[in-house]
Every structure is written in structure tokens, then in C-alpha cells.
Design a protein around this ligand. Structure first.
Ligand code: GLU
Ligand code: ZN
Length: 326
């Protein structure tokens, strides 16, 4: 694809539902990070897990980004059309002996200790040959002793021992689907991405991705992991969990709230301005150093009605107050 400019960021939503506040935060953070330094911002639809994709969701996300005035550069890349590129990367890893087939079932691995992402730390049963020839095989990447360290622009130094904390991990599933870890690495390189700005729930995946980049001889982008918006019970706001879709007819309040979430300090009067005006302010004032370093932040969007009334004087409330004053 086109030769990379100085900086190129990306937003890579999975099309499992409409844009919600949590995904807006990731879109806006990566957009401003790229635009602040005059870079490009690309979009990739991560529909590699086709059975989980919801029909119409990708288009709905793209239309919402347009309504929010988050305009992207370059063609939108769909992972569902990238199978050949993933297959080629997989073949290279297999023929170099860096990956191997694994026929262990979920049940057989149930007793293994779990890594940070909740997946079993693979004990290496199939390293010397599959345990159950004839069963459909996943493909795992060998992580032999690899310790990966990198500097995250928000979270600082991050270090992970892949052997002890992750284990040989799946790069193609037994059902034939390519794993997110492989797809994301192949695609970030193909799109010439130099800056990956995304939610802190993916921080734990980054060492795996850097390890794959090194094995495949691909460049390593700079990383910044933003806090993730969680609900009162600590769950990530997500499309699958039914987080409220955003009101694309009135984008400014959500953009304003997302800027606040990201530790930026937009003037209150911009909340009622057009998204273009708000984004122009945000681009000129964006400071990655102001982004909170916590992995998650409790955030309610849209704000609860009581809270909302405290922040924005509704005419009715003003009337009620006047009455009390009488
Ligand atoms: N597709 C992932 C998601 O929607 C994001 C992947 C990434 O930014 O690397 O959570
Ligand atoms: Zn196995």
C-alpha cells in the first residue's frame, strides 16, 4: 500500500454493534493523536471473526464516524478480505518452525493457569507433535523465552515474559479463523500504521504483537493505551453488552464528554458548538500527557438524568429553583 507519511494512526473497530461511548473514546483518541502531529488516520474493520460480526454494523460505525466529523484517510480495510495475507504470514511462521499445530481441546486446557487475558497458559502438549491426529488443529506460535518490553506513551514501561505469562498462543483457530493477534500485526504493517492508540484492555496483547512483528520482520509502531470506560459494576462498555449507541444527530455532547474522559479540558461553551468546531479546538489542544494513566475509568454516558440536571440547567429546573427562592 501507499508509502507511509510521518505519522499514521488507525481506528480498528470490530463490527459487533453500533458506535458507543467506549469506542468513540478510542476513535477520538487515535484521531487526535494522529491529527495533532499532522498525520493520517485510517480505519480498519476487524471482521476477522466473521461469525461474531453483525450485519450492517460496519456501515453503521462508518456512518457514525462521518456524523462525528471523524473523517479518515485511505481506503477502509476489511479483515474479512485479507485471508490471503494472513495465510502467507502463517505459512512463513510454520515453515520456519516458529509455529505448530495443536489439537488440545478447551476442556483439556481448563485446568491450566490463566494469563492476563483469561486464556490458559499453554503447557506445550503438542510442541513435539499433535496429541490427537485427526482432530481439527489450531496453530500456536512458540514464544520460547521471549521477554518483550516497550514504552507505552500513556502507561510508561511495560514488560511481559511471554513464556511465563502467556505461553504459546493461538494464531489460527481450530475452526480455521485467523486469530486477532496475527491479523492485527499483518494489517498494521500493510496499512503503514506508525501509531497504535487504543483501549488499555489491549495492553496485555501488545507484547504478543511486538513478538510477531519481530518474527515477521515488520516495523514496530509506537503504542499508547487509553483508559477504558467501564460501567458501575466495572464492566467495559461494549457493543455486545448493549452499551447505548450514540446520538449521531447530536454529536457535540458525546465528543465533549469523550474529551473530558481523555483528560482534555474543553471549554464548557464548546459543548453546544458544531463537532467541527469542537474537533478543531481538540486537535490544537490535544495532550497525550493529560490522558489519565488508569487502565479504566467509571463513566456514565449518557449522563444519568439527575446528574445531567446538575450540569445543564434545564428550563424546568430553573423554574423550580425560582419557585423555591420565592
Ligand atoms: N478490534 C478491536 C476492538 O474493537 C481493537 C483492536 C486494536 O485496536 O488493535 O476491540
Ligand atoms: Zn495442544
Amino acid at each position: 500500500m501507499a508509502s507511509a507519511p510521518l505519522a499514521r494512526g488507525r481506528f480498528a473497530p470490530s463490527p459487533t454493534g453500533p458506535l458507543h461511548f467506549g469506542s468513540l473514546v478510542a476513535a477520538l483518541g487515535s484521531f487526535l493523536d494522529a491529527r495533532r502531529c499532522g498525520g493520517e488516520w485510517w480505519v480498519r474493520i476487524e471482521d476477522v471473526d466473521a461469525p461474531r460480526a453483525r450485519s450492517g454494523a460496519a456501515d453503521a460505525i462508518l456512518r457514525a464516524l462521518e456524523r462525528f466529523q471523524l473523517h479518515w484517510d485511505g481506503p477502509v480495510l476489511y479483515q474479512s478480505r485479507r485471508t490471503d495475507a494472513y495465510r502467507a504470514a502463517l505459512a512463513r511462521l510454520l515453515s520456519a518452525g516458529l509455529a505448530y499445530p495443536c489439537t488440545c481441546s478447551r476442556r483439556e486446557l481448563a485446568a491450566c493457569p490463566r494469563g492476563g487475558d483469561g486464556a490458559p497458559i499453554y503447557p506445550g502438549h503438542c510442541r513435539a507433535g499433535v496429541g490427537h491426529p485427526g482432530r481439527p488443529a489450531a496453530v500456536r506460535l512458540r514464544v520460547d523465552g521471549a521477554a518483550v518490553a516497550f514504552r507505552d506513551a500513556v502507561r510508561g514501561e511495560f514488560r511481559q515474559c511471554l513464556t511465563g505469562e502467556v505461553g504459546d498462543f493461538v494464531i489460527r483457530r481450530a475452526d480455521g479463523l485467523f486469530a486477532y493477534q496475527l491479523a492485527v500485526v499483518v494489517d498494521d504493517a500493510a496499512q503503514g500504521i506508525t501509531r497504535v492508540v487504543r483501549g488499555a484492555d489491549l495492553l496485555d496483547s501488545t507484547p504478543r504483537q511486538i513478538h510477531l512483528q519481530r518474527l515477521l520482520g515488520l516495523p514496530e509502531p509506537a503504542y499508547a493505551h487509553l483508559p477504558v470506560a467501564v460501567d458501575q459494576s466495572g464492566h467495559k462498555l461494549s457493543k455486545q453488552a448493549g452499551a447505548a449507541p450514540l446520538d449521531a444527530d447530536d454529536p457535540a455532547p458525546a465528543l465533549w464528554a469523550a474529551l473530558r474522559f481523555l483528560g482534555q479540558n474543553p471549554p464548557a461553551d464548546l459543548r453546544r458548538e458544531s463537532p467541527a468546531t469542537l474537533l478543531a479546538w481538540a486537535r490544537d489542544h490535544w495532550r497525550l500527557a493529560s490522558v489519565p494513566t488508569a487502565p479504566c475509568r467509571f463513566w456514565e454516558y449518557p449522563p444519568a438524568p439527575a446528574d445531567f440536571a446538575n450540569r445543564i440547567e434545564s428550563p424546568r429546573r430553573t423554574v423550580d429553583k425560582a419557585k423555591t427562592l420565592d
